[in-house]
Design a protein around this ligand. Sequence first.
Ligand code: ADP
Ligand code: MG
Length: 311
Amino acid sequence: AVPLVVAINTTMAAQNGMLIRDRIAMEEARNLDTIVFDKTGTLTKGEQGVVDVTTTDNWDEDELLAVMAAAEGDSEHMIAAAIRDEADGRGLSVPSVREFEALKGRGVRATLEAETAVTPGADVDTDRVAGGETVYVGGPNLLRYLDVELGRDLEMFAGEAGERGQGVVYLIRDGEAVGAVALADVIREESYEAIDALHEMGVEVAMLTGDTEDVARAVSDELEIDTYFAEVLPEDKDKKIIELQEQSKLVSMVGDGVNDAPALTRSDVGIAIGSGTDVAVESADVVLVENDPRDVAHLVRLSRKSYRKMK
Ligand code: ADP
Ligand code: MG
């Protein structure tokens, strides 16, 4: 028979959006030393977003984004969606486009509708980009293709973004790059609180990712994560868990992907984020149904509360 206290706290867990697949793990959660998070799709949204914007002297950020969003209107590229979302989020009115061409692997070319004027930001002249003008939006490959040289400021912007592992996309008008956006996988708002809460409970937090050193460091610094492992091949993720366990640590892995399955199985408490793949869910001891990293802290708290009385 299932001890009463276990039955009660699995019910409580369920009410809190946690599906307990292994009751022992629920009990062990209170003693965890280190919790290892997968980065992409767990701490971050797993999709591109605009994280930085810059313009040359005469341009205003909103104006730049409105024109970029217009040019990207018909593109199916993930980068285009990120730019449109940013314009949308800023409540910009985006001009219409008369002609559009996707330049595969480079960007887009678009001609603005003759009658459109760009809605400017606060102190900007109304007709900087005239109707009927053709503009280009794209990355470094497009610059090369159009033989466009960057000015000093844009060069610096691109350099800094590159160091953070971010991609840069430019608006080119009249043979000149007039502004750029930096794009990155965006950190989920809930991740900050999740990591804070774990630190307050005295739990160490680590991050595990196949992504580059630059990207991993940036995310880890931003979230104040204690340790990170970057450029880890999918088949090596579980080895990092073993390394931590060999330092006589009780280790939990939190992840969403097929890649994470061996690490989830290997860890003392494997936690799958709810929107994850079936393989991740099958390999986990606990499933966070609400897909919220803060529930990792809730799990530890609930485990401590439930089992304190039992010792
Ligand atoms: P990937 O997106 O996998 O890097 P692509 O061939 O789709 O490969 O694009 C290569 C590069 O071309 C992108 O990184 C970007 O710099 C540029 N690019 C492609 N499509 C677009 C677009 N619609 N808008 C802006 N830049 C683009
Ligand atoms: Mg992932």
